[in-house]
Write a protein that binds this ligand. Structure first.
Ligand code: KIV
Ligand code: ZN
Length: 514
């Protein structure tokens, strides 16, 4: 790295973000997000953890083949097998990075790894030596770094840099750090480790105390880190990771203070946020900084008056600079196949075959018959539906009739197919959604527990499609089903069946932190 003021943005939505319960994504969804991250000019995309499952491996390989501008990275534990698997998945990439890690805190070494510190030190060195066979771009993380002994960290980090690690990532794995201490620790480590200048220092923060962004910025300003690891919408396990949109816009908006250069095209932020939320079923809270629906809405009369006179009175960023203005009516009932295809291209959605375009176009026409204005978000939702259909759904929604009236018990009649064979079922419940789920369960008898139900409008106005997320849990497995439709009860039925489809698929993955 020649420019000491250049800050690297390392996105881990597809790896650490995906570790969030229920957020698992298909290969095609991951490729779609990776392409959007590339459009945003993210420097490094951590595409997954190759050894976790065959699905993760294939997704990394597909991303490594599809993305040209960003460096593609795979996580791996500090062992030969994981590292070889990461290298194999990354083979098609133009620029590749292997990110290997091992826990260094006394608690993790003793309780999780059951290893002595000297063994951990040796294992870390061996891992870097192994990774060097495949690439020169190697990142090392001492997991649970913020709760590790500083003298031990100095020994491990000096050793891995000597072996050839080019990025040292300092994780606050459990979100325990506070900004001044976190920044000062990185500064001291860099001062104490004789070869620290041979590596770029990085920060990776979790948000358990709501301090992930503050800790990341302290790591940069006090500690001298020049890489921030983050995720879109702050997606991640528990309270999530550092939110990309928040650190990026803090660094941009307060460039006078931070004085750092970033390669990010901020106008792609909102599109990325909507894509990730729609694919994972993790809704963005309205008051979320930068990407929340209210982030640029000024309800109070005094604020509105000020904004009209001079926008800077109450706005520190421009909505269009993060991509809000891009939200426009794009297509309608009379739009043809070519206009639809062109809009898919502009949204960066590459459907594999003409048959897939035709199927998505048929869904579009069906939607346009029921909804006069079609927004980008509607197109993204219908492409997701189509991708799930192409993957061969076990359960498929067909139709729904529902009745509710004040003072009466709501009832629903649902038709859905299981492996192509149609079933009709009827149910009653406390409300129309409850009646719909009860009807489906009469046939599906899934044994799943509904642990979260949320509904959001995809775009503005009462004609908007409703997007429903249903989080289902069964035998310790958690999945998010997502469904969208102008009729919110139909959207609920689709979301429930989408959740059952995910539970039905046998994808199992290893969690790197277990
Ligand atoms: O939080 C963490 O420690 C991680 C490491 C694998 C970097 O995600
Ligand atoms: Zn993490």
């Amino acid at each position: 790295m020649t420019n000491a003021n250049r800050l690297i943005i390392f996105d881990t939505t597809l790896r650490d973000g995906e570790q969030s319960p229920g957020a698992s994504m298909t290969k095609d969804e991951k490729v779609r997000i990776a392409r959007q991250l590339e459009r945003m000019r993210v420097d490094v995309i951590e595409a997954g953890f190759a050894a976790a499952s065959p699905g993760d491996f294939e997704a990394i390989r597909a991303i490594a083949g599809a993305v040209r501008e960003s460096t593609i990275c795979s996580l791996s534990r500090a062992n030969d097998r994981d590292i070889a698997r990461a290298a194999e998945a990354l083979a098609p990439a133009e620029r590749k990075r292997i990110h290997t890690f091992i826990a260094t805190s006394p608690l993790h070494m003793r309780m999780k790894l059951r290893m002595e510190p000297e063994q951990v030190l040796e294992q870390a060195k061996i891992a870097i030596r192994c990774a060097r066979q495949y690439t020169d771009d190697i990142e090392f993380s001492p997991e649970d770094g913020s709760r590790s002994d500083e003298d031990f960290l100095c020994r491990v980090l000096e050793a891995v840099i000597a072996e050839g690690a080019t990025t040292i990532n300092f994780p606050d794995t459990v979100g325990y750090a506070v900004p001044e201490v976190f920044g000062a620790t990185i500064k001291r480590l860099r001062e104490r480790i004789p070869n620290s200048d041979k590596a770029i220092w990085s920060v990776h923060c979790h948000n358990d105390l709501g301090l992930a962004v503050a800790n990341s910025l302290a790591g940069v300003m006090i500690g001298g880190a020049r890489q921030i690891e983050c995720t879109i919408n702050g997606l991640g396990e528990r309270a999530g990771n550092t939110a990309l949109e928040e650190v990026v816009m803090a660094l941009r908006t307060r460039g006078d203070h931070f004085k750092l250069e970033l390669g990010i095209d901020t106008t792609q932020i909102v599109a990325a946020s909507k894509m990730v939320s729609q694919i994972t079923g993790f809704a963005v809270q309205p008051n979320k900084a930068v990407v929340g629906a209210n982030a640029f809405a000024h309800a109070s009369g005094i604020h509105q008056d000020g904004i009209l006179k001079a926008r800077e009175t109450y706005e520190i960023m421009r909505a269009e600079d993060v991509g809000w203005a891009a939200n426009k009516i794009v297509l309608g009932k009379l739009s043809g196949r070519n206009a639809f295809k062109e809009r898919l291209r502009e949204l960066g959605i590459a459907l594999d075959s003409e048959a897939e375009v035709n199927a998505a176009f048929a869904r579009f026409k069906e939607l346009a018959d029921r909804k006069s204005e079609i927004f980008d978000e509607d197109i993204m939702a219908l492409v997701s539906d189509e991708e799930h259909a192409q993957e061969g759904e076990h359960y498929r929604f067909v139709s729904l009739a529902q009745r509710s009236e004040t003072g009466e018990i709501p009832s629903a009649k649902v038709v859905f197919a299981i492996d192509g064979k149609e079933f009709t079922c009827e149910g009653e419940g406390d409300g129309p959604v409850d009646a719909t789920v009860n009807a489906i369960e009469k046939i599906a008898a899934s044994g799943a527990e509904l642990v979260l139900f949320s509904i959001n409008a995809i775009s503005n106005g009462t004609q908007s499609q409703g997007e429903v997320t249903m989080r289902l849990s069964r035998s310790g497995r958690i999945v998010n089903g997502v469904g969208s439709d102008p009729d919110i009860i139909v959207a609920s039925a689709k979301a429930y069946l989408s959740g059952l489809n995910k539970l039905h698929s046998k994808i199992e993955r290893v969690n790197p932190q277990q």
